[in-house]
Design a protein around this ligand. Structure first.
Ligand SMILES: Cc1cc2nc3c(=O)[nH]c(=O)nc-3n(C[C@H](O)[C@H](O)[C@H](O)COP(=O)(O)OP(=O)(O)OC[C@H]3O[C@@H](n4cnc5c(N)ncnc54)[C@H](O)[C@@H]3O)c2cc1C
Length: 499
């Protein structure tokens, strides 16, 4: 008889694990607390506007890299509906002075040399590294957990130069590398290149720029929810079953073995194994009551850096922004206060003039993402005294005012204003401290592996951004695939993945 597996969460990790387990003869059911698939990978509709809540770039949108196979297996994207921007983002580095982050590495190099000729040596080294990374790909065929000695030797033989390159760049942060530049404008521009947190390892910046250069990290038209919906369809077509509006409150344990789940309404479901694709902290400390946490897990939640919480201000504007760059990183003359802990001097705005599916012709969604304090917004919302709504309105108005100054009169044409705060992300996804991507890949932790199991507990597994440092959609999809391989190995089955 086929084994029964319960999966908690229909984010990309849960959907992916479900698809690959179905492909391998398991009977799976997903329990999702929301009424939609996708988790963080989502979009929402307000009047005529669809606001994209996740994908800016998706690694694997070209056929040239291994990751593309996953999107084929999951039927996730239509290759003909992917946008690769020539100019990835435009950065303002002084009042009215702009720098174009070109996707093409040679054009980016020329742009950098134009601004900072005195930094030629560093610029050539940096772009040289982007091009070097562009020559390589990483393997997705086999879960690293299943590598044996022979695989290790094969890997060294095939990927030796890539591993050396990775080793060279992984231990430097973006912030530290940026200190090499002498030019004062380049000192402003460099840390903003992709808008990544500057504590992140340089290897991530270089790899991402390499994928963008190769046109392998595009944007799938239709946005994040459409992408998740495509994988949901694939899962259902493989025979999987999703229960929406079903919040899991407990994993049932018998003799240190996971034997099923209990929902918030008290109903129970039995299975041979349980996979949590939900928030890591909630899984370990709530669903399992902290019984199998162990010191390693506790240390991670106490000491590791997270991708920060954010506010997303989404604005529906009745204007056609044809000819405008699709993403601008503005420098602000006056700092903008997001909350008591965050005052920003820069603002990243995406003008969705490139995706006609998101608004009627002549209307454009604009999205501004700002760092925010989880505790402040969560406490404000919980107080329920109206101050939360006021703070959201005030933030939205401040953002519109900046857009008025930067791209002309926007306020008269605003049709929809929507603010998602860390409290929104927590309510909707349950993610620890509302982190939007899990563990930050700093030099200290980048490259480490997190176990998908917990010590002393059998038949329980975890997938998704809390067991894959750096998170992100491709990584969590791969997490689901890798887990299916691990379970197949344990059950003596030959893993198969079909397109
Ligand atoms: C603004 C933003 C921009 C981003 N940009 C990019 C990008 O450009 N490229 C990229 O690759 N990634 C990006 N990401 C990150 C990416 O979206 C996430 O890393 C990824 O979607 C995480 O997937 P997951 O399945 O691991 O977790 P989640 O998406 O958190 O899924 C977990 C699921 O579990 C459900 N759940 C939680 N608790 C329970 C429970 N008790 N019972 C039942 N269900 C439960 C949740 O509702 C959710 O559906 C971005 C994210 C955000 C928010």
């Amino acid at each position: 008889m086929n084994k029964k597996v319960t999966i908690i969460g229909a984010g990309i990790a849960g959907l992916s694990a479900g698809c690959y387990l179905q492909m391998n003869g398991y009977n799976t059911e997903i329990f999702e607390m929301n009424s939609l698939p996708g988790g963080l990978c989502t979009s929402w509709k307000r009047k005529n506007y669809t606001f994209n809540g996740s994908i800016h770039w998706l690694v694997g949108t070209c056929k040239d890299i291994n990751m593309h196979r996953l999107w084929e297996e999951l039927h996730a994207i239509d290759d003909s509906k992917v946008v690769n921007h020539d100019e990835f983002v435009r950065i303002e580095f002084g009042r009215g002075k702009f720098f174009s982050v070109y996707s093409d590495a040679d054009k980016l190099e020329s742009e950098m040399l134009k601004v900072a000729p005195e930094d030629e040596k560093t610029i050539r080294e940096f772009i040289g590294a982007v091009k070097e990374f562009a020559k390589y790909d990483f393997p997705v065929d086999k879960a690293p957990e299943l590598y044996g000695a022979i695989d290790g030797i094969k890997l060294l033989f095939k990927y030796g130069p890539f591993l050396r390159l990775l080793g060279k760049w992984k231990s430097v942060s973006i912030e530290d590398y940026g200190k090499k530049f002498k030019n004062t404008d380049m000192k402003i521009i460099f840390p903003q290149l992709l808008g990544l947190d500057t504590r992140i390892s340089m290897a991530i910046l270089l790899m991402t720029l390499a994928w963008i250069h190769k046109k392998c990290a595009g944007y799938p038209l239709g946005g994040s929810l459409e992408f998740a919906r495509a994988i949901e369809r694939r899962y259902i077509s493989l025979g999987g079953k999703i229960h929406y509006n079903s919040k899991v409150s407990k994993v049932i344990i018998e003799s240190n073995r996971a034997t099923g789940i209990e929902l918030a309404d008290g109903s129970t479901y039995r299975s041979d194994a349980v996979v949590s694709a939900a928030d890591g902290y909630f899984s370990v400390f709530n669903l399992l009551n902290g019984r199998y946490a162990g010191s390693k897990v506790k240390n991670r939640y106490e000491n590791w850096d997270l991708f920060p919480a954010i506010c997303q201000v989404s604005i529906g504007v009745k204007q056609n922004f044809d000819g405008y760059p699709h993403a601008v990183n503005f420098s602000l003359e006056k700092p903008l206060r997001v909350d008591p802990k965050h005052e920003v001097s820069r603002m990243y705005a995406e003008i969705y003039n490139f995706d006609p599916a998101l608004a009627p012709h002549g209307s454009t969604p604009i999205i501004v993402t700002l760092p925010a304090d989880y505790d402040y917004w969560y406490t404000l919302k919980e107080a329920g005294d109206g101050n939360y709504e006021n703070a959201k309105k005030s933030l939205a108005n401040s953002v519109v005012k900046v857009l008025d100054e930067k791209i002309g009169n926007v306020s008269d044409k605003v049709e929809v204003l929507d603010v998602a705060t860390p409290a929104t992300y927590f309510r909707y996804t349950n993610n620890y401290k509302s982190s939007f991507e899990g563990w930050l890949p700093t030099p200290k932790v980048f490259g480490k592996r997190i176990e998908k199991t917990l010590p002393g507990l059998r038949n329980f597994y975890m997938v998704g951004q809390w067991v894959e440092i750096g998170g992100g959609i491709p990584t969590v999809a791969l997490s689901g695939r890798n887990l299916a391989q691990i379970m197949c190995r344990k059950d003596g089955k030959k893993f198969r993945a079909v397109v």
